[in-house]
Design a protein around this ligand. Structure first.
Ligand code: F6R
Ligand code: MG
Ligand code: MG
Length: 364
């Protein structure tokens, strides 16, 4: 059967500050989505959060970009925003860039990752969700999972993966896309993937079967809004096992913290710390950025799970390393490379300061 898995997320208000989500907001989302399941629109759902981001994980048979599904997500975010406003949560409705729904939540603020596929006999899915970072954060892990034999031994020794994967890469500033074939085009591809603030992996496909293997949200909130409105806090769906990398190969890149942009005021580099859902409360300097992983088996579209994949002592060293990296970067204070380069900062006073000092600059 053809199944669609939709993950639609938004920051509709933080508790406390931007660190976490209020239980009343999660309850409201649960009620809205449960009603949609009861009405038959959804096969199944799971509502969760990563930091201050509300995550709606939904299975259905209406395909990608379906108006009814997107409308459900939008209405749920509106209902939750009302709760957030009542509680005076911080930044209530911050990702709701439009006043009213107009057919598709893309471009309206919320982040979206959706894939349609035929459910396999055993359909293993890992959904990554991050807070305090931008959509390019998935470039490095997706490269490792689907193109790096030092991470994914299956690329070398599993016959059903040896043919490689193709990567759809989006230029998020120019709204262009290109497809690269791994392994033979990895040198060309890495020229782009190494610049994650501009180029982001949107999707990955199994080359021999053409099957979708992974999809991410690549919306850049600041580009949509034309101003700072919070980080993208992206999500990414990965299919696993069989012709796709095994669960352990999918999780392995997170054993060493990737350094991503985001953190305090969306204007810093920091380590991406893999944590259990209950630990996704970025508090220190509003961070460091977090990633959670929800694992499911699908059964006739039912979401069997989640298993909280990073709730495992095997990731303690990654968390320790992330804290060590955080200490080192924090010691730099307002200096690069902790602080982002001028053109990437979400918060800046440069125009005002420049204006004030204009008359004092002399030619040298
Ligand atoms: C980063 C983030 C926070 C805020 C910071 C200031 O993505 O959400 O670090 O940027 O707490 O928040 P405001 O401007 O809402 O007071
Ligand atoms: Mg927030
Ligand atoms: Mg957030």
């Amino acid at each position: 059967m053809n199944l669609t898995l939709s993950v639609i997320k938004a920051d509709i208000g933080g508790y406390v500050g931007h660190s976490s989500s209020h239980p009343d907001v999660l309850d409201k989302a649960e009620k809205c989505i449960a009603a949609a399941k009861k009405s038959g629109l959804l096969i199944d759902y799971h509502v969760t959060r990563c930091g201050d981001d509300l995550q709606l994980i939904m299975t259905h048979q209406h395909g990608e970009n379906d108006e009814k599904i997107h409308n459900l997500a939008w209405d749920t975010f509106v209902a939750c925003t009302n709760i957030a406003k009542k509680l005076k949560l911080h930044g209530a409705g911050q990702d709701m860039l439009a006043d009213a729904f107009s057919g598709n939540v893309k471009g309206m603020g919320p982040g979206v990752a959706e894939m349609e596929f035929k459910e396999r006999d055993a359909e293993t899915i890992i959904i990554f969700m991050a807070d305090k970072t931008a959509s390019g954060a998935w470039n490095l892990p997706l490269y490792k999972i689907f193109a790096d034999p030092f991470n994914t031994i299956g690329l070398v020794i599993a016959g059903n993966m040896h043919g490689g994967f193709s990567f759809e890469v989006h230029d998020v500033k120019e709204s262009k896309k290109i497809v690269f074939n791994a392994p033979e085009e990895i040198y060309d591809m890495l020229v782009f993937l190494g610049a994650p603030s501009r180029y982001a992996v949107k999707a990955v496909y199994h080359r021999e079967s053409g099957e979708i293997a992974a999809v991410s949200s690549t919306q850049r909130l600041s580009l949509m809004a034309g101003r700072y409105v919070g980080k993208d806090d992206p999500v990414c769906i990965v299919r696993s096992q069989g012709q796709f990398p095994a669960v352990g190969e999918v999780l392995e890149p997170f054993a060493h913290p990737n350094i991503v942009e985001g953190w305090m005021r969306g204007s810093h580099h920091g380590p991406l710390m893999p944590v259990a859902v209950r630990e996704s409360n970025p508090t220190r300097f509003d961070g460091p950025p977090r990633v959670i992983a929800a694992g499911f088996q699908l059964s006739g579209g039912k979401l069997v799970g989640p298993l909280d994949m990073f709730d495992d002592p095997a990731f303690n060293n990654a968390r320790q390393q992330a804290n060590d990296i955080a200490d080192i970067l924090r010691s730099l204070g307002p200096f690069e490379p902790h602080r982002l380069p001028l053109e990437e900062m979400e918060y800046t006073t440069m125009p005002q300061v420049m204006k004030k000092l204009q008359g004092r600059f002399e030619n040298i």
